[in-house]
Design a protein around this ligand. Structure first.
Ligand SMILES: Cc1cc2nc3c(=O)[nH]c(=O)nc-3n(C[C@H](O)[C@H](O)[C@H](O)COP(=O)(O)OP(=O)(O)OC[C@H]3O[C@@H](n4cnc5c(N)ncnc54)[C@H](O)[C@@H]3O)c2cc1C
Length: 448
């Protein structure tokens, strides 16, 4: 029996693999065909320093390695593991196992790029130097600043990263956290109780993730027949559930249809994990209200890493100043004060959602503009603000949200042929089987 299950599982995994490989292969052929569109070249023997080796760092390393054959490219990244973070939602919902979402960083660094396993603690943009924790000072001619987001767990009173999971307070915004979320979610839907799901008041990566895990939990309860014993409640710090008009009405309708009450303007201020009470501030009135929970899912407040703020590279005025997001031009991704610095990905101070899909479109623009600057030309490539946040609405459907700076849909083929304002089965297949191999084998290689 066990052997049979093993065989079935293998057959299933083989089928999954063939589907994924086929789709990724097709995509990579298409992408390779299109890659002629991106062809910047630069012969300067410059020193390029890339700070951060996540989605943006590795993609930029691949693009720049090909475009600048004489440049000395160094990438600083402290972690041995490279996580495909969109997979954290699937871990939290039991679709993928923890080991499905990461690869060794060493296997992703393009050849000809030097990886320093270290982290930046300061940048002196006036002297073109960075200070690394272990190696000390390092000089650069051009800087690609892509250290991602800093998660400020302790800005929610009563929470630290170390205590994640205590008192059934969970977050998929952390790898271990997503593993614990799945364990606790199974228990919660079995035993019943009150679920409280919320986001955070700062700009945060993948604004859809807190909504996805709530809807997946609700569907799981229906699948196993315990939904009547459970309540699901969603609190958002925003004035509306979603701010891209094409997708908002259907999303709100889904919450109504599935009996998940929404409360807007609600900022998670603190959690008493021993009493299982969540404290929210009503952002409209400033009043604090308390919600009892049996299961809590939340997102941590987020900002640029401290060293970015301290190096004076972040915005100092406007909406993006409180998070010290890097002060770049929203079209060219070139720093507004230091033209030898480009920044993209989560740390960039641009008015769009922070997504890996956005990185796919930003990287060719940032690389082309850096090449232009290195060649003494004006940066002219422009980024539209494209971001994609596929909202998983149940085990089998996704609303394929793709949009730009103007919050207008910017839909990719073949979804241009479909009604993307509603849940799609095909988008689920894409999310489940295609996007991860595409990320590792196409985007990080600089072919997107
Ligand atoms: C739960 C969840 C769900 C998500 N779902 C989606 C989704 O469905 N679709 C989507 O497109 N995106 C999604 N994302 C967002 C996506 O993962 C990020 O937008 C993307 O990874 C951003 O790339 P980045 O390179 O800017 O940051 P990261 O990929 O986070 O990389 C930053 C890197 O910098 C390194 N670093 C940090 N500090 C330093 C330092 N001081 N010196 C040197 N290196 C440093 C880090 O170790 C890290 O490797 C999701 C994210 C989460 C957490």
């Amino acid at each position: 029996m066990q052997e049979k299950q093993q065989t079935l599982r293998l057959a299933f995994r083989r089928r999954e693999f063939i589907k994924a490989a086929g789709a990724a292969g097709l995509l990579s052929t298409v992408q390779a065909g299109l890659s002629g569109c991106y062809d910047p070249k630069c012969d300067a023997p410059a020193r390029i320093l890339i700070v951060g080796g996540g989605a943006a760092g590795v993609t930029m390393a691949s693009l720049l390695r090909r475009a600048c054959p004489k440049a000395v490219i160094t990438m600083v990244e402290p972690s041995d593991r490279h996580y495909y973070q969109p997979g954290f939602t699937f871990i939290g919902a039991g679709v993928w196992r923890p080991d499905d979402v990461w690869m060794h960083e060493r296997d992703l660094v393009p050849s000809g790029v030097t990886w320093l396993k270290d982290s930046a603690v300061a940048i002196d943009p006036d002297r073109n130097t960075a200070v690394l924790k272990a190696a000390g000072k390092i000089a650069y001619d051009f800087l690609v600043l892509v250290p991602g987001i800093q998660q400020n767990w302790n800005q929610v009173q009563g929470i630290t990263r170390e205590c994640l999971g205590l008192g059934n307070a969970h977050s998929i915004y952390d790898f271990e956290g997503s593993v614990r979320t799945w364990r606790a979610m199974q228990e919660f839907v079995r035993t019943g109780g009150r679920g409280v799901f919320t986001d955070t008041w700062t700009k945060h990566k993948c604004g859809g993730a807190p909504k996805k895990i709530c809807l997946l939990g609700e569907h799981l309860a229906r699948k196993i027949g315990t939904r009547p014993r459970l309540s699901f409640n969603y609190f958002t710090a925003e004035k509306q559930l979603y701010d891209v008009p094409l997708y908002t009405p259907r999303l709100e309708q889904i919450y109504r249809e599935r009996d998940v009450p929404l409360r807007l303007n609600s900022k998670l201020a603190g959690v008493d994990v021993s009493a299982k009470k969540a404290y929210f501030e009503d952002r409209a009135t400033g009043k604090i209200f308390t919600e009892d929970y049996d299961f809590l899912h939340f997102a941590p407040p987020q900002s640029a890493p401290d060293f970015v703020r301290e190096s004076g590279l972040g915005w100092t005025e406007g909406k993006l100043a409180s998070g010290a997001w890097v002060m770049v031009d929203q079209k060219t991704l070139v720093h507004k004060k230091y033209p030898n610095i480009v920044s993209l990905g989560d740390v960039a101070g641009i008015p769009t959602s922070k997504t890996g899909a956005g990185v796919k479109k930003q990287a060719p623009v940032a690389a082309a503009n850096l090449c232009a600057i290195m060649s003494g030309k004006k940066p002219s490539a422009e980024y539209s603000g494209y971001a994609a946040c596929p909202i998983i609405t149940d085990y089998g459907h996704v609303i394929m949200c793709e949009f730009n700076y103007d919050k207008q849909p910017e839909t990719s083929f073949p979804f241009t042929l479909l009604d993307t304002s509603r849940e799609l089965r095909s988008a689920w297949w894409l999310k489940r089987f295609v996007l991860k191999p595409y990320y590792f084998r196409v985007m990080l290689k600089g072919w997107a």
